[in-house]
Design a protein around this ligand. Sequence first.
Ligand SMILES: NC(=O)c1ccc[n+]([C@@H]2O[C@H](COP(=O)([O-])OP(=O)(O)OC[C@H]3O[C@@H](n4cnc5c(N)ncnc54)[C@H](OP(=O)(O)O)[C@@H]3O)[C@@H](O)[C@H]2O)c1
Length: 282
Amino acid sequence: MRVLIAGCGDLGTETGLRLAAAGHSVVGIRRTTTRLPAPLIGVRGDLAAGHLDELPDDVEVVIYAAAADQRTEQAYLGAYVAGPRHVLDALARVRARPRRLLLVSSTAVYGVTDGSWVDEDTPARPATVTGEILLAAEMAVLERGPEPSAVRLSGIYGPGRTRLIDQVRTGRAVAPDPPVYANRIHRDDAADALVHLATRREAPHPCYLGVDDAPVDRGEVLRFLAEELGLPEPPTGPDRRTRGGNKRCRNDRLVATGLTLTYPTYREGYRAVLAGDGVRHP
Ligand SMILES: NC(=O)c1ccc[n+]([C@@H]2O[C@H](COP(=O)([O-])OP(=O)(O)OC[C@H]3O[C@@H](n4cnc5c(N)ncnc54)[C@H](OP(=O)(O)O)[C@@H]3O)[C@@H](O)[C@H]2O)c1
């Protein structure tokens, strides 16, 4: 099967390599195609501007995984709203008829700040403009896509994505008091989820939360990392973040599709990161 990954960065490349290892032909769109490893086939293009080289006409599944370059309204509109439209237009021009479209979205569409539980049935009421744009992007894709699905990922961590580890190492980490619930997913589990949803026979549900099994207080993760690194426990203090909310996301719907997480909690995942497993794709 031919799979098109639009916005083929760290997550897209890992997803593409896993699909290729399973025997699929993978085409990746990005502006700097020289960064794509074999056997991924690069197509140069600017998704936001709609300047795309010709796409193959036999694409069966599209995975849209571009990330906005900046946290501005304009960058988000380009990457998440205009980009998917340009890809579908470009596929229509070559008369390709993909049968499935997965949009990588974000749990930022939920503006929940009271630590309550969230699942796909929780009304999405974004607290930020960028969250609103992501939600608009989802709606556009759901209207237009064949077998469309929005996969709402929480914070991705993994090889080379070491923000929390760096905070602990440099003594900048502060465990929030009162506690703040955060959700995460290891990059490789996010890639496995996309491979699974792209390749399983059943049409995907229009929406999945892509998170691990363990929404936890961020302080718990910081204390765990400090212990693993043999460093003192981070101090507690008021939450200094300006975004990210305070919520506990459930992954029941995704897990019910038969997906098995390699890193069901931050413990397995961060131990692998600390052990240096895997590489971050440029
Ligand atoms: N980071 C998180 O914690 C998080 C959380 C929730 C959801 N997500 C979502 O997860 C997805 C993948 O994230 P990631 O970590 O793999 O990001 P990434 O490594 O930054 O990859 C995104 C890729 O998109 C490409 N891109 C950006 N703008 C483009 C444009 N105008 N035209 C063509 N390509 C463009 C970039 O390649 P070029 O520069 O070569 O064009 C880049 O390699 C994104 O949809 C992101 O919103 C991320």
